[in-house]
Design a protein around this ligand. Structure first.
Ligand code: DX5
Ligand code: ZN
Length: 248
């Protein structure tokens, strides 16, 4: 399979949760580069999913990267469990009402990638104080809590300037810095995200719809994002007109 610039992290939020292991393997076999794990506490967001013990058992499927996306009010209280569970990256929300820095430090000290997610209405400036501690910026293009929502193109405009959040850090490879886009990513929006220079596309509900050929879906999303990157390199600005991309 051709190498893609675009990486896909498959969100298993809307898969057949009775077969989490099998569904995760299926996504990876179909070309997903990672598994994106949406942890919700019913408090930070109005939905409850699963926690670290489920992820720990899921870890048995193999060594492929696990990205945890914590939509919980007290990441500091639980972050150790997600480290122990074998998450390769842990991203939580900058909007939490507790100090963020100690949790980022704890994740980095454990050798995992530390990330902050921002809701659609949160400006990038909220990340400024943590620039030196961030490996991942996750730009949310839906309100966190549920899969299957419509992509908010306005929120996506934060993807391009998000690259400037990362400061040069001597001794650290640039591969440790990633911009993720999460919410409503599919064939209709992938090209636009690529043109904005996103590194990792989180793809959720479209993979799990009845009758979908998951391999074809991932291949198309990657190809469209790659086309967006190529336009970006050529200096073509994202336009609203082409934002829809190839929705076939
Ligand atoms: C929403 C989650 C997303 C979600 C994406 O709060 O963070 O990861 O699963 O699903 P889609 O791709 O359906 O928007
Ligand atoms: Zn998510």
């Amino acid at each position: 399979m051709a190498a893609h610039r675009a990486l896909v992290s498959a969100s298993i939020l809307d898969c057949d949760l009775a077969s989490l292991g099998r569904e995760s393997r299926r996504a990876l076999k179909a070309g997903a580069d990672r598994i994106h794990l949406d942890v919700m506490d019913g408090h930070f967001v109005p939905n409850i999913t699963f926690g670290a013990s489920v992820i720990k058992r899921l870890r048995r499927i193999g060594r492929q990267p696990f990205d945890a996306h914590l939509m919980i009010s007290e990441p500091s209280r639980y972050v150790g469990e997600f480290i122990d569970a074998g998450c390769d990256s842990i991203t939580f929300h900058v909007e939490v009402e507790e100090p963020v820095e100690p949790t980022l430090l704890q994740i980095r000290k454990a050798g995992r990638l530390a990330g902050l997610a921002i809701k659609p209405a949160t400006p990038l400036s909220a990340l400024e104080p943590y620039r030196d501690l961030l490996d991942i910026v996750m730009v949310m293009t839906v309100e966190p809590g549920f899969g299957g929502q419509k992509f908010k193109a306005d929120a996506a405009t934060k993807i391009d300037p998000a690259h400037r959040v990362f400061r040069d850090r001597p001794g650290e490879p640039p591969s440790r810095r990633e911009i993720h886009v999460d919410g409503g990513v599919n064939r209709a929006t992938a090209e636009y995200c690529g043109r904005l220079g996103v590194d990792v596309l989180v793809v959720g509900s479209v993979l799990w719809e009845k009758g979908v050929d998951i391999e074809r879906e991932i291949r198309r999303v990657k190809a469209l994002a790659d086309a967006g990157y190529r336009d970006r390199r050529r200096g073509e600005a994202p336009s609203g007109k082409r934002r829809g991309g190839d929705a076939q």
